[in-house]
Design a protein around this ligand. Sequence first.
Ligand SMILES: [Zn+2]
Length: 163
Amino acid sequence: MRCPYCQQTDDKVVDSRTADDGAAIRRRRECLVCGRRYTTYERVEDMPLMVVKRSGASEPFNRTKLATGIRHAVTGRPIDGATVEAMAAAIEEELRAQGPDVSSDVVGRAVLDRLRQLDDVAYLRFASVYKGFEDLADFQREVGELQELGLRKLTDPKPPASD
Ligand SMILES: [Zn+2]
Protein backbone atom coordinates (compact mmCIF):
# COMPACT_ATOMS: atom_id res chain seq x y z
CA MET A 1 0.00 0.00 0.00
CA ARG A 2 1.39 3.42 -0.91
CA CYS A 3 2.16 5.55 2.13
CA PRO A 4 0.02 8.71 2.06
CA TYR A 5 2.91 10.72 3.57
CA CYS A 6 5.98 9.69 1.62
CA GLN A 7 4.42 7.70 -1.27
CA GLN A 8 6.61 4.67 -0.70
CA THR A 9 5.10 1.21 -0.85
CA ASP A 10 6.95 -0.60 1.94
CA ASP A 11 4.68 -1.10 4.92
CA LYS A 12 3.70 -3.58 7.58
CA VAL A 13 0.32 -4.22 9.15
CA VAL A 14 0.46 -3.45 12.86
CA ASP A 15 -3.20 -4.09 13.71
CA SER A 16 -6.15 -5.71 11.96
CA ARG A 17 -9.75 -5.78 13.14
CA THR A 18 -13.26 -5.96 11.75
CA ALA A 19 -15.29 -2.80 11.23
CA ASP A 20 -18.83 -1.96 10.14
CA ASP A 21 -20.25 -5.05 11.88
CA GLY A 22 -17.97 -7.35 9.94
CA ALA A 23 -18.56 -5.72 6.56
CA ALA A 24 -15.02 -4.39 6.49
CA ILE A 25 -11.57 -5.08 7.85
CA ARG A 26 -9.67 -2.11 9.20
CA ARG A 27 -5.88 -2.32 9.12
CA ARG A 28 -3.39 -0.03 10.79
CA ARG A 29 -0.25 0.09 8.70
CA GLU A 30 3.17 1.44 9.45
CA CYS A 31 5.32 2.83 6.68
CA LEU A 32 8.74 1.17 6.78
CA VAL A 33 10.33 4.18 5.10
CA CYS A 34 9.04 7.17 7.11
CA GLY A 35 7.62 5.31 10.10
CA ARG A 36 4.22 7.00 10.03
CA ARG A 37 0.99 5.09 10.45
CA TYR A 38 -2.17 5.13 8.38
CA THR A 39 -5.38 3.10 8.09
CA THR A 40 -6.80 1.07 5.23
CA TYR A 41 -10.18 -0.63 4.88
CA GLU A 42 -10.89 -3.79 2.98
CA ARG A 43 -14.44 -4.56 1.81
CA VAL A 44 -16.21 -6.95 -0.50
CA GLU A 45 -16.66 -5.26 -3.84
CA ASP A 46 -20.29 -4.34 -4.51
CA MET A 47 -21.74 -7.10 -6.65
CA PRO A 48 -23.85 -5.82 -9.50
CA LEU A 49 -27.20 -7.56 -9.87
CA MET A 50 -28.10 -7.89 -13.52
CA VAL A 51 -31.59 -8.41 -14.91
CA VAL A 52 -31.64 -10.40 -18.13
CA LYS A 53 -34.56 -9.56 -20.37
CA ARG A 54 -36.28 -11.94 -22.74
CA SER A 55 -34.42 -10.32 -25.64
CA GLY A 56 -31.19 -11.44 -23.98
CA ALA A 57 -30.17 -7.87 -23.19
CA SER A 58 -29.35 -7.19 -19.58
CA GLU A 59 -29.42 -4.12 -17.39
CA PRO A 60 -28.42 -3.41 -13.80
CA PHE A 61 -31.20 -4.06 -11.29
CA ASN A 62 -32.83 -0.79 -10.26
CA ARG A 63 -34.77 -0.89 -7.01
CA THR A 64 -36.27 2.56 -7.57
CA LYS A 65 -37.70 1.43 -10.88
CA LEU A 66 -39.12 -1.70 -9.24
CA ALA A 67 -40.71 0.35 -6.44
CA THR A 68 -42.23 2.70 -9.03
CA GLY A 69 -43.84 -0.24 -10.81
CA ILE A 70 -45.26 -1.58 -7.56
CA ARG A 71 -46.46 1.88 -6.49
CA HIS A 72 -48.29 2.22 -9.78
CA ALA A 73 -50.06 -1.09 -9.20
CA VAL A 74 -51.16 -0.17 -5.66
CA THR A 75 -52.42 3.33 -6.52
CA GLY A 76 -55.64 3.97 -4.64
CA ARG A 77 -55.32 0.73 -2.66
CA PRO A 78 -54.83 0.66 1.12
CA ILE A 79 -51.08 0.07 0.85
CA ASP A 80 -48.69 2.76 2.01
CA GLY A 81 -45.35 3.86 0.63
CA ALA A 82 -43.40 2.19 3.44
CA THR A 83 -44.96 -1.17 2.53
CA VAL A 84 -43.98 -0.68 -1.10
CA GLU A 85 -40.41 0.23 -0.15
CA ALA A 86 -40.14 -2.75 2.18
CA MET A 87 -41.46 -5.01 -0.56
CA ALA A 88 -38.92 -3.71 -3.07
CA ALA A 89 -36.12 -4.17 -0.53
CA ALA A 90 -37.22 -7.74 0.27
CA ILE A 91 -37.42 -8.59 -3.43
CA GLU A 92 -33.96 -7.16 -4.04
CA GLU A 93 -32.57 -9.26 -1.20
CA GLU A 94 -34.25 -12.37 -2.58
CA LEU A 95 -32.90 -11.66 -6.09
CA ARG A 96 -29.37 -10.99 -4.86
CA ALA A 97 -29.40 -14.39 -3.20
CA GLN A 98 -30.06 -15.87 -6.66
CA GLY A 99 -27.78 -13.45 -8.55
CA PRO A 100 -25.60 -12.10 -9.99
CA ASP A 101 -27.92 -12.62 -12.98
CA VAL A 102 -31.69 -13.01 -12.74
CA SER A 103 -34.25 -13.09 -15.53
CA SER A 104 -36.89 -10.39 -15.79
CA ASP A 105 -39.47 -13.19 -15.40
CA VAL A 106 -38.09 -14.02 -11.97
CA VAL A 107 -38.31 -10.35 -10.98
CA GLY A 108 -41.92 -10.08 -12.16
CA ARG A 109 -42.96 -13.25 -10.41
CA ALA A 110 -41.34 -12.13 -7.15
CA VAL A 111 -43.54 -9.01 -7.28
CA LEU A 112 -46.66 -10.98 -8.21
CA ASP A 113 -46.15 -13.47 -5.37
CA ARG A 114 -46.13 -10.65 -2.86
CA LEU A 115 -48.93 -8.59 -4.36
CA ARG A 116 -51.16 -11.63 -4.51
CA GLN A 117 -50.88 -12.05 -0.74
CA LEU A 118 -51.46 -8.36 -0.21
CA ASP A 119 -54.16 -7.10 -2.55
CA ASP A 120 -56.08 -8.75 -5.41
CA VAL A 121 -56.61 -5.53 -7.34
CA ALA A 122 -52.96 -4.50 -7.19
CA TYR A 123 -51.99 -8.02 -8.15
CA LEU A 124 -54.18 -8.01 -11.25
CA ARG A 125 -53.05 -4.55 -12.26
CA PHE A 126 -49.41 -5.55 -12.05
CA ALA A 127 -50.09 -8.83 -13.84
CA SER A 128 -51.92 -7.06 -16.65
CA VAL A 129 -48.95 -4.81 -17.48
CA TYR A 130 -46.36 -7.45 -16.79
CA LYS A 131 -45.29 -9.28 -19.93
CA GLY A 132 -43.61 -12.23 -18.26
CA PHE A 133 -46.44 -14.73 -18.28
CA GLU A 134 -45.46 -17.52 -20.60
CA ASP A 135 -48.80 -17.32 -22.28
CA LEU A 136 -52.10 -15.60 -21.86
CA ALA A 137 -53.69 -18.74 -20.44
CA ASP A 138 -51.62 -18.38 -17.27
CA PHE A 139 -52.99 -14.93 -16.73
CA GLN A 140 -56.58 -15.89 -17.55
CA ARG A 141 -56.42 -18.77 -15.11
CA GLU A 142 -55.25 -16.41 -12.38
CA VAL A 143 -58.06 -13.98 -13.13
CA GLY A 144 -60.57 -16.81 -13.17
CA GLU A 145 -59.46 -18.06 -9.77
CA LEU A 146 -59.70 -14.62 -8.27
CA GLN A 147 -63.10 -13.95 -9.78
CA GLU A 148 -64.36 -17.22 -8.43
CA LEU A 149 -63.16 -16.25 -4.96
CA GLY A 150 -64.78 -12.85 -5.33
CA LEU A 151 -68.09 -14.36 -6.43
CA ARG A 152 -68.02 -16.78 -3.56
CA LYS A 153 -67.61 -13.86 -1.18
CA LEU A 154 -70.58 -12.11 -2.79
CA THR A 155 -72.84 -15.15 -2.72
CA ASP A 156 -71.96 -16.29 0.79
CA PRO A 157 -75.17 -16.50 2.77
CA LYS A 158 -75.41 -13.67 5.23
CA PRO A 159 -75.78 -14.63 8.86
CA PRO A 160 -79.44 -14.57 9.87
CA ALA A 161 -80.42 -11.20 11.22
CA SER A 162 -81.18 -11.29 14.89
CA ASP A 163 -84.26 -9.49 16.15
ZN1 LIG B 1 5.92 6.78 4.53
